[in-house]
Design a protein around this ligand. Structure first.
Ligand SMILES: Nc1ncnc2c1ncn2[C@@H]1O[C@H](COP(=O)(O)OP(=O)(O)O)[C@@H](O)[C@H]1O
Ligand SMILES: [Mg+2]
Length: 228
């Protein structure tokens, strides 16, 4: 296996006050292969989001190792962590998180401009990705003029705009109806197959997991099982 993410013995404790804490991760370990599409499932509170945030360089563990695309990242902090995250990871969220005052095109292009692309290159890239996700005729629409599924397509284009090694989604179909969920996971599967982008999706939806290559099952802050 050519791992793109290796997580070993991860622990994370949230302190809520004196003598009051939650052990969100209690020694979680997993490997994700380059080019894979993987689901993470488990009860609410089992540590799925915490694990994904640490693997995606949004947060740091208390102990354990994280290797992302060939680089050890668990001890990075501040700007070093931000730089790796910007280069290697694209994120998709449950609530789409688009900027409401910007068009679809501007939402996607902005992410490329943040990463240093010229205005023109950013717009070109945004256009071609919006075409890829099936929104060629919706580029000038604001998020409120788009359905939930269309908004999530914009978010997928945005997640891809800086050519990340891996795209991470935290319940990316959580706000969508069954048919639209299937459609959105289908878009991701197509991109995974055609471009080789690795996807990791936290999901409660067994139909989303069914489309993935493997499912990582979490319970009480550890990886309890992995099924294919
Ligand atoms: N920022 C935080 N501060 C305090 N506790 C947190 C924080 N984030 C998560 N937790 C707690 O850590 C545990 C794991 O949370 P999380 O990783 O969000 O689980 P999941 O995504 O599987 O629902 C839960 O008990 C949650 O309440
Ligand atoms: Mg969560």
């Amino acid at each position: 296996m050519d791992p793109i993410v290796t997580v070993a013995g991860l622990t994370k404790r949230y302190r809520l006050g004196k003598d009051n804490y939650v052990d969100a991760l209690r020694g979680a370990s997993l490997e994700i292969a380059r080019g894979e599409m993987v689901a993470i499932m488990g009860p609410s509170g089992s540590g799925k989001s915490t694990l994904m945030h640490i693997a995606g360089c949004l947060d740091r563990p208390d102990s354990g190792e994280v290797h992302l695309n060939g680089r050890r990242v668990d001890q990075l902090r501040g700007r070093a962590l931000t730089t790796v995250r910007g280069r290697e990871v694209g994120f998709i969220f449950q609530g789409f998180n688009l900027i409401p005052t910007m068009t679809a095109l501007e939402n996607v292009a902005l992410a490329a401009e943040y990463a240093g692309a010229s205005r023109r290159d950013a717009a070109d890239k945004a256009r071609s990705l919006l075409e890829l996700v099936g929104l060629a005729d919706r580029m000038r629409h604001a998020p409120t003029e788009l359905s939930g599924g269309q908004q999530q397509r914009v978010a997928i284009a945005r997640a891809l705009v800086n050519d990340p090694a891996i795209v991470m989604g935290d319940e990316p179909t959580g706000d969508l109806d069954t048919a639209t969920s299937a459609e959105i996971v289908g878009v991701m599967r197509e991109i995974n197959t055609e471009r080789g982008t690795t996807f990791v999706l936290v999901t409660h939806n067994p139909e989303v997991a069914e489309v993935c290559d493997r499912t990582i099952h979490m319970r009480d802050g550890i990886v309890e099982a992995v099924t294919a």
